[in-house]
Design a protein around this ligand. Sequence first.
Ligand code: NAI
Length: 260
Amino acid sequence: MSDPLFSVADQIVIVSGGSRGIGRAIAEGFAQRQAHVIVTGRDEATLKTACDEMESQHQVTPMVCDVAQRSHIDDCVTQVIERFGRIDTLINVAGVNRRKPALDVSEDDYDFIVDINMKGAFLFSQAVGRQMLQQESGSQINIASLNTDRPLRNVLPYATSKAAMAQMTKALALEWGDRGVRVNALAPGFILTDLTQKLWSDETMQAWGRANTPQRRLGVPDDMVGTALFLAAPASAFMTGQILYVDGGFTAGWAWPIPE
Ligand code: NAI
């Protein structure tokens, strides 16, 4: 990208949960624009294949890191600093969901979701934040959700974790704003990925999703790339603690069936 205002060239960028879906699209979007991208996930072989397949200017680095394990996060951050000397952007994408009514949520369901979506994101932000504060520069981008603002039915632990992510975003922005580190979030609308494919293959769901999205379509992972680049680039230098909805207008208002 030639305009420095929107450039991420030569940035060192960590994407958690980047082997597929939204994380993969964002990782490739940065890699295509000359960032050095480190893609993390749980499975070494899957990660390597994903990185090899990405179109990129510099080599994309796969790094095993289960965000539910603190030692993995610490090792990953140490390795990135040893190899690249700094971290410019962290994108917390790793996330999971188990959809069921509140009464059926087991303790294991609750811990599984919260440990990855909420605690894992915090531990990654904290470990990378230490380095960014030392550098006095950096941008962190958390992938939140429509559930951040108002919950959808039957996803209580997920909605709880994504609401917490917004508070974490704002709380870190408050603490780190005067030390050169920005923290923002992107809240995707309904994006077709492995996480949601089954849900949206139901015709009633598809019709509801399209009817309630002003742009009249569901999103695809590539829809998330532009705003992620923006939040990492100098163009957003005076923005921190914000949650940007990238949802085709879903949260803009109510699509009631009033006759034209
Ligand atoms: P996905 O299931 O395709 O990708 C999730 C990624 O996270 C995968 O690469 C997976 O391996 C990784 N991951 C899961 N647990 C992990 C762990 N313990 N450690 C490291 N990596 C782990 O899902 P999708 O849809 O791409 O979701 C990405 C993020 O976007 C999630 O945080 C999700 O909550 C969020 N999101 C997705 C929406 C959608 O409609 N697809 C809507 C709103 C938010």
